[in-house]
Write a protein that binds this ligand. Structure first.
Ligand SMILES: [Zn+2]
Length: 492
């Protein structure tokens, strides 16, 4: 791998077959946004791409949880032209096109990651950082223009970019970006109990999330063995699943996220979740065999050393550089994997299983055990609360209370400290004002969003005489966090 520096941007390149491929990668993504500005990185990307004329070569752009990239492949002069245009656009974004591009984003929909991982991340991290993955936020038309300017200035500059190329940099290649300092991106901390537990969400099939170190060779192999065992058992033996998939993502030094996802034939969600958990427990208890480790090592060697993997490998190196972690080439990673013993793989997996989150679709119910034999707890995603004894209290209207026992139990309370809601089942949700990430205004009502995945509807459909409560909420929440409901939302 060769290293150059062009206009202050590190350039990583290696020869690969086929036309020249380029990826200009920036160290920012959805996990750098807030609930209030959710989608702003994607909007910046669209504004930049909207300046391009029709181009007769492959080009694209994308935003993931942690990276944004602009890609092109073609003749060297085409790649040179594309990169110069993108850099110029990022240096002076066409802010007058925000409204149009917001509409385009609404049509495109979000999807920085798959829906199962998104729900697992939101459960783990709350309504912040990578936890934003499953949220829509206020909507693309509610992203403030200052947030677009701030995001461009903070992240889209030569100090936060790496260019990768599958050949030498063409003569005349320029990357005219503003200069800047590498931003401090922080790392999201989990907001809830670490696990192990199970929970329900709108996911296409069961999924498992573990925390661990992306550099832990033993955990990487154990994670791969688990997927292969599930493929054999749940797909080939039982015929319950088509797709079994695993992934890893960088989340911070030594505390990254590992995922396993399965789809499930309709009506088999419970069985697939049970098998996923059962195989996880068995791996932690009985470990893996030498043959299984050798098999996974052979598969990874084939994938990583394939000449067609050159641009993916360059992408790994670029990501490491932007995350500020050391890059190990494919051979060094394979060497570390080859030293792993079955017992190390078992131990690494058993330790990670202590952080397990198991998500099941919709209303699926499971009864599972932890490694020590205790029941695997159900995670509601919320802490236990009681209504405060003081403060403003609102009830449903008299007619609602006469008609429904749920309405007789429901309460809303607002104090100087925050808001509480007790629903018809008696469950209390609380959002302290210092954890508010957004307040949506919809006519006379408000919807309060908290950092721990909590949503409190302060709306006249549920409660009567809300005036004083709404005045108290508006007074306590900074104006920058309040916004009118999106005009792009489709209500049914
Ligand atoms: Zn897009």
């Amino acid at each position: 791998m060769h290293r150059d520096l062009i206009d202050g941007v590190p350039v990583l390149w290696a020869e690969a077959p086929g036309p020249l491929e380029a990826a200009l990668v920036f160290g920012c993504g959805v996990s750098d946004e807030t609930f209030r500005t959710l989608g702003v990185t994607h909007l910046v990307e669209h504004l930049a791409m909207s300046t391009l004329p029709r181009l007769h070569y492959d080009h694209n752009a994308s935003v993931t949880l942690s990276l944004t990239e602009f890609t092109a492949s073609g003749r060297p002069e085409q790649v040179t032209d594309f990169l110069a245009r993108v850099c110029e656009a990022l240096s002076s974004l066409p802010l007058d096109r925000i409204e149009r591009e917001a509409g385009v984003l609404a049509a495109e929909g979000s999807g920085a990651t798959d829906p199962t991982s998104a729900e697992l991340l939101s459960f783990r991290y709350g309504t912040q950082g990578a936890g934003l993955a499953s949220w829509d936020g206020p909507g693309p038309d509610r992203i403030p223009v200052e947030a677009v300017r701030d995001t461009a200035a903070r992240y889209f500059h030569s100090g936060n970019a790496v260019l990768v190329l599958t050949g030498p940099p063409p003569a005349g290649l320029r990357l005219p970006l503003p200069a800047g300092e590498r931003p401090d991106r922080g790392t999201a901390q989990p907001v809830l109990q670490p696990g192990p537990l199970w929970f329900q969400a709108e996911v296409p099939g069961p999924g498992l999330a573990l925390r661990g170190d992306l550099d832990d060779a033993a955990l990487i192999l154990a994670h791969a063995v688990l997927q292969e065992r599930l493929r054999k058992l749940v797909r080939h033996q039982e015929g319950l699943t088509y797709d079994i998939d695993g992934s890893r993502r960088y989340a911070g030094p030594g505390q990254d996220d590992f995922f396993v996802r399965l789809d499930a034939r309709e009506g088999q969600e419970r069985r697939v979740a049970e098998l996923l958990w059962q195989e996880s427990l068995r791996l932690a208890r009985e470990g893996v065999t030498e043959a299984e480790l050798a098999e996974e090592l052979a598969a990874l060697r084939e994938a990583w050393l394939d000449p067609r993997a050159t641009s993916a490998e360059l992408g790994e190196a670029a990501a490491s550089s932007l995350f500020g972690v050391e890059y190990q080439d494919a051979q060094a990673r394979l060497n570390a994997l080859a030293k792993t013993t079955p017992e190390q793989a078992r131990q690494a997996f058993a330790a990670a299983l202590g952080t397990a989150l198991l998500v099941v679709p919709g209303e699926t119910e499971v009864e599972l055990l932890q490694p020590d034999g205790a029941a695997l707890p159900f995670g509601s995603g919320r802490s236990e609360h009681e209504l405060p004894s003081q403060g403003l209290v609102c009830k449903p209207s008299l007619s609602d209370r006469l008609l429904s026992s749920a309405a007789r139990r429901a309460r809303l309370a607002v104090t100087a400290e925050g808001v509480w809601i007790r629903d018809g089942d008696g469950e209390v949700i609380h959002v302290p004002f210092d954890e508010v990430v957004g307040v949506e205004t919809d006519g006379p009502g408000r919807v309060v969003f908290g950092r721990r995945n909590c949503v409190v509807p302060v709306v006249p459909e549920l409660f009567a005489n809300l005036g004083p409560a709404i005045a108290a909420i508006d007074a306590a929440v900074p104006e920058a966090l309040r916004y009118p409901v999106s005009g792009l939302r489709v209500t049914d």
